[in-house]
Design a protein around this ligand. Structure first.
Ligand code: ATP
Ligand code: FE
Length: 397
């Protein structure tokens, strides 16, 4: 069985061909990260007279756009349109698989940017009709959660924490298409917060950080910082559930930065004296928040028999999962609660065609959600993962 996976939910155009054991026969990925930041900055300047800074981000974009300068949905759409044909072709060529030998084509149809999802879906539907292949619509977060099974023999059920630039959620994976959502972010995602703090500190201009993402820059600077110098409140201390919130924390950090700049009588974004300490305190508070919510989720799962008694597992994925300090904080939690912690390598934590193809393989194996090529499928920009249990978690506390 061979599956072609196609991903275009945000700013990466990805495709891959996998066999049923998860061997990657061919893959191709076009990342818009560099082009978008440039184009984004240009677009922000163009619109500057109407919208300023973060106001522009919040009003115009729904997810996490403008993190590095910006993802402009129409620009992302155009880049997907320019790249998709080539990316899919390249993955197929590298795999040496003829489209007629594919068992199915799996494509992300939810959640994500409408304009981006539309390009992948439109291409895929044309492709499956042309080659008369079955079509498997994929939920992007389901794919993130299942990727680990391509690399490790993790049986259902397991607990999963997804932390990236666009998402933060805790869920129990009970089956390929069976999830219990224990909590998710009420506002922004942790990667988004780290990127915004890094931008507020102009870390791109920092000699050590010019090529790093916001999260990576903060991790690096935090190594030489004193996390106790600033005391940011851990979010949602009074809310006994597994949801996340990072916007208030970001506000506290911004206020602290502004105060320091005023004290030193310097321009915005030129603070040098205590960036390491701010980075350390920021990273520490994000880690503490993630760890506390994860701890509560583990206790809820244990109390309700949602995890197996022998070798229960916590899977952590998403770009933020590569942060060693955060991993350490989560390790403390899993060690005290007797869970096994698994984290796929960074390459598989971020968006790509491989994870979509793997989700297709898993669905094909179970015969779930496989459509004939003629059925019209719609994309869904907003689509929660699984059954929402957030209220039950709160009630149980
Ligand atoms: P999504 O997958 O939700 O659509 P995305 O594509 O932005 O969002 P990823 O590519 O998974 O997410 O991850 C990128 C995010 O991870 C960025 O916000 C980046 O700052 C963050 N990140 C990357 N490395 C680290 C690190 N070492 N520490 C903390 N955050 C990190
Ligand atoms: Fe993703």
């Amino acid at each position: 069985r061979l599956v072609l996976g196609i991903e275009t939910s945000c700013d990466d155009t990805g495709a891959a061909v996998l066999d049923e054991r998860g061997a990657i026969l061919g893959e191709s990925l076009h990342s818009q990260k560099e082009s978008t930041s440039e184009v984004g900055v240009r677009a922000v300047f163009t619109y500057k007279s109407y919208y300023l800074g973060d106001f522009f981000c919040h009003t115009c974009f729904s997810l996490k756009f403008c993190r590095t300068g910006g993802i402009i949905p129409t620009v992302a759409q155009q880049l997907h349109r320019e790249n998709i044909e080539h990316v899919v072709q390249e993955a197929l060529e590298r795999s040496g698989v003829d489209p007629s030998h594919l068992s199915a084509v799996a494509t992300t149809v939810k959640p994500g940017l409408a304009l981006s999802l539309g390009i992948g879906l439109e291409f895929s539907q044309r492709f499956v009709r042309q080659h008369n292949r079955p079509f498997i619509p994929i939920h992007h977060m389901e794919a993130h959660a299942l990727t680990v099974r391509m690399l490790h023999p993790v049986a259902f059920p397991f607990l999963v924490l997804l932390i990236s630039g666009g998402h933060s959620l805790l869920a129990v994976a009970r089956g390929v298409d069976d999830f219990l959502l224990l909590g998710q972010s009420l506002d922004e995602a942790p990667g988004d917060t780290l990127d915004k703090v890094a931008r507020r500190l102009s870390l791109r201009k920092h000699p050590q950080c010019s090529t790093l993402s916001g999260g990576q820059a903060i991790e690096l600077l935090a190594k030489n910082g004193d996390k106790k110098r600033f005391n940011f409140r851990t979010p949602m201390g009074q809310t006994p559930d597994c949801c996340f919130s990072f916007a208030g924390l970001r506000n506290d950090i911004t206020i602290t930065i502004t105060k320091k700049e005023k004290e030193e009588g310097i321009e915005q974004g030129t603070l040098l004296s205590c960036v390491n300490d701010i980075a350390a305190a920021t990273q520490h508070t994000v880690a503490a928040h993630l760890a506390k919510r994860t701890h509560r989720a583990i206790l809820f799962c244990k109390a309700n028999g949602l995890l197996p008694s022998s070798s229960p597992t916590l899977v952590v994925s998403g770009g933020v999962a590569s942060n060693q300090y955060i991993r350490k904080a989560l390790t403390v939690i899993t060690e005290t609660t007797g869970l096994h912690l698994l984290c796929p390598p960074a390459k598989f934590c971020t968006d790509n065609g491989v994870m979509i193809a793997w989700n297709g393989v898993e669905r094909l194996r179970e015969g779930k959600g496989i459509l004939s090529p003629n059925i019209d499928v719609r994309y869904e920009p907003k689509a929660p993962l699984g059954v929402d249990m957030t209220a039950e978690v709160r009630a149980a506390a």
